[in-house]
Every structure is written in structure tokens, then in C-alpha cells.
Write a protein that binds this ligand. Sequence first.
Ligand code: ADP
Ligand code: ASP
Ligand code: MG
Length: 419
Amino acid sequence: MSLIVQKFGGTSVANPEKIKAVAARVLGYVKKGHRVVVVLSAMAGETNRLVALAQQMQDQPDTREMDVLLSSGEQVTVALFAMAVKEAGYDAVSLLGDQVKIITDAMHTKARIKSIDTGLVTRNLDQGRVVVVAGFQGVTEAADITTLGRGGSDTTAVALAAALKADECEIYTDVEGVYTTDPNVCANARKIDRISYDEMLELASLGAKVLDIRSVGFAKRYKVPVHVRSTFTKTQGTMVVEEDKNMESMLVSGVTYSKNEARITLSKVPDVPGVASKIFTPISEAGIVVDMIIQNTRAGEMTDMTFTVPRPDYKRAMGIVSGIVSGIGAGDVTGSEQIAKVSIVGVGMRNHSGIATTMFRLLAQEGINIQMISTSEIKISCVIDEKYTELAVRTLHDGFGLHQVGKPAKGKATACKKK
Ligand code: ADP
Ligand code: ASP
Ligand code: MG
């Protein structure tokens, strides 16, 4: 008899019919004798709706109150789900983050889990109940409700699986697994059968939202096998596990994109020691994480400084930078929210040269201008104009031959370009 944590995303519990269907699927496992903990997201669109409501109240909503508001979405689905299980003749109990004692730090709207008390969940499982836990939420030691950042229900599920020492964590979603790129953008995307924690971490950090990056971090640290699969089919999905020799060793294993960033440029910054620190210290003190930074020297001992920040933090970052511009003797500040970051990822890149130039050539052939570039051992990212995102993703996917092996994704996405 195994213990399984099963997480269902927003599209899987989008309405009462879908909640009943998911309950029936979970009960299939219960009938076979498994102990099941279910983690649920809010109904599709609900968290966005709540964010929009908050914005009608305050220009920059108070983050403590935002968390009280956002956590309500998951409260609705867990209660409805427990009712559906009971209606089917089985016992269930819904539990919120603070009831379970999912203790987090106090970074409202992006809190980190510090500990999970498994006592209440285990006692309910021992009494034969399906335990239904609200995803995405926790509580601080000072009893304030927190949320874990968008997409955070994945993290609740994997962290719970680790704490409970579950045999497996299943992430049920609206695609059949992890693909070589977003199957909703590129119909030639291929499902990956097995992927290592490290490669998945990289894909998730660069925008593949199929798994929240922190959930992959927990899975890696506590060696939780994660199975990403579809709520709507029985097909085997993708296993996220430790690296083994049988994994496909591709030069480039995936293409990702993120529309969650914004660019800020400071021009004519004096090229003297201490200037970078004066710019970035107040930004980091405001809890804003800077991603890429480019600095180039130009004539007259002046330099231009361009960097990216998460799009939700753009206005705040612009405010901070505008406030220090004259103090450091810089020229003006400009910025754009209409950018996207497209990346290619693959551990196989480590020992190969020429991958970056291939990427630049493929983008150039489509007339796509590169605004910023950053590289690491196993990824290359380019910032481009947001309107070219989908074209860039498809071009890179096929250009690196990712469409050639295995079965392509089914669906309505535009087929990738034939090379
Ligand atoms: P859920 O609500 O179930 O958590 P999400 O919308 O957060 O679902 O994540 C699933 C979505 O992730 C898919 O619908 C797909 O568009 C997107 N996605 C992006 N990159 C990938 C990828 N490499 N493989 C699979 N899905 C991806
Ligand atoms: N409901 C939250 C969100 O939309 C958490 C999640 O779905 O994982 O971001
Ligand atoms: Mg998600």
C-alpha cells in the first residue's frame, strides 16, 4: 500500500463537473488501497481575478492582505472536492495551509516553506480519509497567512510528499508531461519520458511553467520522484528523477520563454568605482531580484547599464532608479515591459562550441533583433521584442532539431517551421 501525493492544477478543477471527475479519478487509487493526499490549485482564472480585484483597491496592494485574499481561491476548491468525495460514499477532509502548519517565512506573495507538520495529515490518513490540502498557501510563525508565489501549488505538493516520505508525487495538469518546448506554442514539441532534476530546474527557472521551480528544488533535495501527467488522459507522463545513463543526451534538450520580465536602461552613467553598487543596492533592498545585467563603456568615460527585473516589480524598480539617477550623475532612465526572454537549455552544451552562434543565426534569419544575451554552462538566453516570442520559440525548436525524435504534441498550436 503506497502513499501518493496527487496535485491538480487550475484547469483540472475549473468547474464543479471537473472537480467531480478528478474526485472519481482519485477514488480509483483509494479503491486499490492507496493512501492519497490531494493538493489543489484554485479554479482556473480565479487567482488572476483576485489579483485584479486587489488592484482596484490599491495601486500597489498591501502584500499581507493580498495573501489573505489570494489564499481564498484554494479554500474553495478543497472544500468542494471533499464534498464530491463524500457524495461518492468515501470520507475526506479539507485542510488549509495554516491547519496543516505549513510554516513559511514572512515574504508575503513569495514566501518560502520552512517546515511542515505531518501530524494532522497522517492522523486523518490513518482514519481512512482522503486528505485534501489547499495548495499555494502557508502561515508564518506569527500566524499571518502567506502564499508561495504564482504556480506555488506544485511546491506545496512536492514539499508535502517530501515531509510525508510519500512514494511518489504526481503533478496532474493540462498537458501530458514535460515537452521539449511549450506544446501550446509549438505543435512539434516532443514529450520527454525522463528528465533529470538539474535539467528540469533549468527549464523551470527559464520559464517552463509546467513545474514551479521551487517544487523541483524540493524534489531534488529530498529525492522525491515526480510524475508530471495529464488529468484528462491515462497516458504515462514525464518522470523527473535523478540523472541516469539512460537519459537522452541531447545537445539542446529544451526551448523556453518568459514574458515575465522587463528591461531598464540607465544611460550615461559615470564609469567610476561604486556606481553599480549604488544602483543595485537599493533595488535588492526592496526585495527585487535582478536577472541579466549588461554594461558597456563608451567614449567620454560614460557607460550604459541595462538590466532586467520581474515584470510585476517593474514600476517599483523604475521608481527606485529614477530616484537615484541624478545623485549618481547619470543621464536618463528608459525601460520596456514589452520584452521576452527565449532560452535554449541542455547539459550537452557544456562540451560544444558554436551553439550560441547557431542560436543567433536562427534568430537573425527570422529578422529578430537580440537586445541582450546571457550564457551559462548549460543555457543561452536572449532578450527580444515580446511580439516575436512564439516565432523565436518555434524557429529555435526546429532549428536545433528538437522536432525530429519521438511523437509530436497533439493540439491546436501552430506547427513549427519546416527546415
Ligand atoms: P497547472 O494549472 O496545472 O499548474 P500550468 O498552466 O501552471 O498548469 O502549467 C501547464 C502549462 O505549462 C501547459 O499548459 C503549457 O502551456 C506550459 N508549458 C510551458 N513550457 C512547457 C513545457 N516545456 N512542457 C510542458 N508544458 C509547458
Ligand atoms: N492558484 C495559484 C496560481 O494561479 C497557485 C497555482 O495554481 O499553483 O498561481
Ligand atoms: Mg502551475
